[in-house]
Design a binder for this molecule. Structure first.
Ligand SMILES: C[S@@+](CC[C@H](N)C(=O)[O-])C[C@H]1O[C@@H](n2cnc3c(N)ncnc32)[C@H](O)[C@@H]1O
Length: 387
């Protein structure tokens, strides 16, 4: 997603959108009352994003593009999909596989770019999509109608393990996170309470699991987090990667997202955490603004992803920045991209994807493999930084 513009004013939603937000808020308020007045932030995030028919990803808001809330790499330029087509294509060939599973396909833009690239090479790839949002699934079906026989939507991960590749762009950042704070040397859960003017942050004596997870984190950092330090972690991550590994007999997993290594993520200077909300191209830190009408995300701790991958029997095959990855790939196979260098729009999109101050450094590319070989991930190898 793109960095925040200067304006901090939030456009007022339509009456219809406000009505959806009010219904979702009522549902969350009830759940907070049932939970005794305090809700884990991960549960709040899950409801705000995915409550059936009401959550941000479940209801019908525009989300992507200029009229939505944010822009992702495949929405910016087909070069992104063509690059991933090279990497995924090489991994499929190495595993003699013909299936790609995309998680969270958004508008379907990446799927269309990948399928176009492979069709132009005369390559038959079956494309599966696992998309929790019914609204987005409908949009994807419209966008990908011309590839109809090749594309299939799944309701859950396949129970019979398959050979192939799994790909997810900006999905890890959408996994719900739990928030914590260090108070007088102890870990406290930071969650959500009902306030007079809407939802508000609340701090509670820590849940044992969260305190244990923060203690493990501090052990791997080699130091305790300071008093007042506040951040988040993703309790769903290991189960999620474990399930992905279980569904993959042999092949690879490619993740692209904004994130950091553990040392950077939990650096003393990043003492307020990494939550970012996106509403009509304003990036801000208030997850209680218009529940259900804005995206809520957290940066990805790629060291945690690498650890969870190791536990799930997956091999860390590559880790680099999006800038490194794209520049190396473009330099190695310029002909594969059909870039219109004379197009100001394409030039501007490429700069956004690659420049360090834009998406180039914030976004990382992580490649995992299971029982499969394949070429190295293009770009400088930063795997050692994940330790
Ligand atoms: C920020 S959007 C990114 C969409 C698209 N990949 C792109 O790059 O434009 C996040 C996507 O992840 C999906 N998503 C969220 N949690 C998911 C999960 N656990 N499994 C699969 N998809 C998920 C959302 O519904 C949405 O399609």
């Amino acid at each position: 997603m793109l960095p925040p513009p200067n304006s901090t004013a939030f456009p007022i939603p339509s009456d219809e959108a406000l009505q959806v937000s009010a219904e979702l808020s009522a549902l969350i308020r009830e759940e907070i009352i049932r939970a005794g007045g305090f809700l884990d932030f991960a549960r709040y995030m899950e409801l705000a994003l995915y409550a059936p028919g009401l959550g941000y990803y479940s209801a019908g808001s525009v989300k992507f593009g200029p009229a939505g809330d944010f822009v992702t790499a495949p929405e910016l330029s087909p070069t992104f999909g063509r690059a991933l087509a090279v990497t995924l294509g090489a991994d499929l060939a190495a595993s003699d596989a013909h299936v790609v599973l995309e998680l969270g396909a958004g508008s379907g833009a990446l799927a269309a770019q990948l399928l176009d690239a492979w069709a132009s090479q005369g390559r038959g790839v079956d494309y599966w999509i696992l998309e929790p949002s019914a609204d987005l699934r409908e949009r994807q079906q419209r966008m990908l109608a011309r590839f109809a026989p090749r594309v299939r939507w799944l309701d859950r991960l396949p129970t019979t393990p398959f050979k192939g590749a799994i790909v997810a762009n900006e999905v890890l950042d959408a996994l719900p996170v739990s928030c914590f704070a260090k108070v007088a040397g102890a870990t406290r859960a930071v969650g959500v309470a009902n306030g007079a003017a809407g939802f508000e942050w609340a701090v509670r004596g820590s849940a044992t699991e969260l305190a244990a997870a923060v203690a493990r984190l501090e052990r791997s950092l080699g130091a305790e987090l300071g008093d007042g330090y506040r951040s988040e972690l993703c309790p769903a991550l290991s189960g999620w990667l474990g399930a992905l590994s279980a569904t993959l007999e042999r092949g690879s997993l490619l993740f692209v997202d904004y994130g950091l290594t553990r040392g950077e993520y939990y650096h003393a200077q990043r003492s307020g955490g990494t939550l970012v909300c996106h509403y009509r191209h304003r990036a801000h830190a208030d997850p209680f603004l218009y529940p259900g009408l804005q995206d809520i995300t957290a940066w990805v701790d790629f060291s945690a992803v690498a650890d969870a991958a190791a536990t799930a029997n997956l091999t860390l095959a590559g880790f680099t920045t999006q800038a490194q990855y794209l520049v190396a790939l473009l330099a190695a196979t310029p002909g594969a991209f059909g870039i219109d260098a004379a197009s100001p729009r394409e030039q501007s999109a490429l700069k956004t994807l690659i420049l360090p101050g834009e998406m180039g450094e914030r976004f990382k590319v992580l490649l995992l493999r299971k029982g499969a070989a394949g070429p190295p991930l293009p770009g400088r190898d930063f795997r050692a930084r994940l330790a």
